[in-house]
Design a protein around this ligand. Structure first.
Ligand code: ADP
Length: 633
């Protein structure tokens, strides 16, 4: 069949071999998706050919009717899919069907745990594609020829999916790709007309080119080999059809086609814009994050069509980076067919489309938050950290974005339930002016931090923020609905009911009365603190550390510095609780050495409560043991 002189046997890239193995084991309950994936690839191949033929019309001319033909042989247990799309050259076959080029694949595979149940979850984040053929086939043969190459440059590829594939050069009169699946014994049921039709209706109704199967016919016609192919789908690009005629299942199937995700989307929005600019957009919010959501190099963006001709994948210009999880299609009537990424960057109408699409996504999320709070919560858990980037990236939409944010509340015992800023405000007592929040390593660390004591006592709700981006985001988000944000662990705290002159005076008097203690503390702790002060935020704890308003929190600072970032220097002040027995005891401590030991322990525990690591743990432990020893002395 293939010319043996040109045939070589090659090994799959390690990652492919691992993914193949995992896929075969994790998709056994959902085998039929192989057809969706292969039809999807064939449709993409036709799209690519149509695009290349814009510049090279001769590519299409020899065989202008694009389509996908599916046949089977129930006796031989085979299914054959053929397309007359772009096809592949020998090099393309080797790299496309032997490796996974996407950056980050190696890390993804490394993260597979080996536990099949857990990993089969992960595989969904990856997209299965061509290799899903091996879920039903014990052997896959591919014959293909790239459009524009000579008939002598056809390629034959074959593999049993077990680490190796062979590839050779063949004569192939027709451009495009033919795939023969030799079904596994437990998958022979798919070599059946009704079965195949059913699956195609389910998954490929939306495909923009016809999918043909042989018309059911009588024995006579079959004997005469007089077969008729009939299109079994509508063959109209889904987004071009009126919304009212598209079922939810079709929308979902189309999502899977463009996203290579095999979970259903959370929601979508399909719109046709007419007027000065004419375009159709179909945008989806996924339920699951791709494995490379936080890799800024990962492919992102919409599939761009111009007048229904596919132009490019991953057109990034139509949405801001913080909406990179959105999948979808945009089909423009105004852009030139030869549009390139460079043109997109400088075309003024793109900016308009981008801001409309951004609003559309934010509206879609608001709607979802209202009508499906549970679904929205799960969206938030998956993509919230990315959406928060918008506060910095997209000033104009800050208020709208903030309305979509959800935070844990200090009045709850866990962070499973979150609340919106609107809910927070609606629950604020009449005299509360600010929105209080704290940033922390974890929900419990934040909720139980000494800074929270006075809030707990007064039953004031504090939002507990534990995402890595929160501290950075909050330095940009100053207010919401006219209420300013106040970090409870930073700067001077003036709770609304104690901002009166009397209270301030009382505080000053206290500072003066206890000036001695404060000075001794500063002397004992030296450069570790800027000053020691009397606290108004503590109830149960003896002391806490406070950074100036607008500064990075202590724990975050430590983490960033450990990661090698240079930050402007900043020191906390120590605040003490005059009501606390330990502070009262320190006030009368005459022995300077013992005072120093107490001060070290006081500072150390305040730092630990902040989630910091001690600079000199042995000094702390030494002093602590020294003091404990005296208890028994
Ligand atoms: P994906 O479609 O996500 O890129 P696949 O594993 O499904 O991944 O396919 C890998 C590549 O193989 C495709 O990107 C495409 O370049 C090529 N390919 C697959 N099927 C076909 C086909 N029928 N015609 C032409 N190229 C194809």
């Amino acid at each position: 069949m293939s010319d043996t002189a040109t045939t070589e046997t090659l090994g799959f890239q390690t990652e492919v071999a691992k993914l193949l193995h995992l896929m075969i084991h994790s998709l056994y309950s959902n085998k039929e998706i192989f057809l969706r994936e292969l039809v999807s690839n064939a449709a993409d191949a036709s799209d690519k050919l149509r695009f290349e033929s814009l510049a090279h019309p001769e590519l299409l001319a020899e065989d202008p009717e694009l389509g996908i033909w599916i046949d089977f042989d129930a006796d031989a247990h085979t299914i054959t899919l053929r397309d007359n799309g772009i096809g592949m050259s020998r090099d393309e076959v080797i790299s496309n069907l032997g490796t996974i080029a996407r950056s980050g694949t190696a890390e993804f595979v490394k993260n597979l745990s080996g536990d099949q149940q857990k990993d089969s979850h992960l595989i969904g984040q990856f997209g299965v594609g061509f290799y899903s053929a091996f879920v039903v086939a014990k052997q896959v043969d591919v014959r293909t020829r790239r459009a524009g190459l000579a008939a002598s440059e056809g390629v034959f590829w074959s593999s049993q999916g077990e680490g190796e594939f062979s590839v050779g050069t063949i004569e192939r009169a027709q451009r495009g790709t033919e795939i023969v699946l030799h079904l596994r014994d437990e998958a022979t049921e798919y070599a059946d007309a009704w079965r195949l039709r059913g699956i195609i209706h389910k998954y490929a109704e939306h495909i923009g080119i016809p999918v043909y199967m042989i018309k059911a016919q009588d024995d006579e016609a079959k004997a005469a080999q007089d077969v008729t192919w009939e299109a079994i789908n509508q063959a109209a690009a889904l987004w071009t059809r009126p919304r009212t005629e598209i079922s939810d299942d079709e929308y979902k199937a189309f999502y899977k086609h463009i996203s290579h995700d095999f979970s259903d989307p959370a929601t979508w929005s399909h719109n046709k814009v007419e007027g000065k600019l004419e375009y159709t957009s179909l945008l989806y919010i996924p339920t699951r994050a791709p494995f490379d959501l936080f890799n800024r190099e990962a492919p992102k963006g919409l599939k761009l069509y111009v007048q229904r001709v596919f132009i490019m994948d991953d057109a990034e210009q139509f949405l801001p980076l913080y909406l990179r999880f959105v999948k979808g299609v945009i089909d423009s009537n105004d852009l030139p067919l030869n549009v390139s990424r460079e043109i997109l960057q400088s075309n003024p109408s793109i900016e308009t489309i981008r801001s409309t699409l951004t609003k559309r996504v934010l509206d879609m999320l608001s709607k979802m938050a209202e009508s499906h709070p549970e679904g929205y919560q799960s969206f938030w858990d998956t993509f919230g950290a990315v959406l928060k980037e918008g506060v910095v990236e997209d000033h104009g939409n800050q208020e709208k974005l903030a309305s979509l944010f959800r935070f844990a509340s200090s009045r709850q015992s866990d962070d499973k339930q979150t609340l919106s800023l609107d809910t927070y405000i609606s629950q604020m007592p009449a005299d509360q002016k600010a929105i209080y929040y704290v940033t922390a390593e974890s929900f419990q660390a934040g909720r139980l931090s000494p800074h929270m004591e006075i809030f707990r006592k007064k039953d004031i709700d504090v939002l507990v923020m534990t995402d890595r981006v929160d501290e950075w985001m909050m330095s940009w988000l100053r207010e919401y609905q006219g209420k300013s944000f106040v970090h409870v662990g930073k700067g001077d705290l003036s709770l609304d009911d104690d901002s009166s002159e009397d209270k301030k005076k009382a505080q000053e008097t206290q500072e003066a009365e206890h000036g001695d203690l404060l000075k001794r503390l500063k002397d004992a702790l030296g450069e570790q603190i800027t000053e020691a002060k009397v606290s108004s935020r503590l109830v149960d704890s003896p002391a806490c550390l406070v950074v100036p308003e607008g500064d990075i929190g202590l724990a975050t600072r430590q983490m960033l510095e450990a990661a090698g970032q240079k930050l402007p220097p900043s020191k906390p002040r120590l605040e003490v609780n005059l009501e606390h027995a330990l502070i009262k005891r320190m006030e009368v401590e005459a022995d300077d050495n013992r005072f120093k030991a107490l001060a070290t322990v006081l500072y150390g525990q305040a730092a630990l409560a902040e989630g910091m690591q001690l600079k000199d743990p042995s000094e702390f432990v030494g002093q602590l043991n020294h003091l404990l020893g005296q208890l028994f002395g």
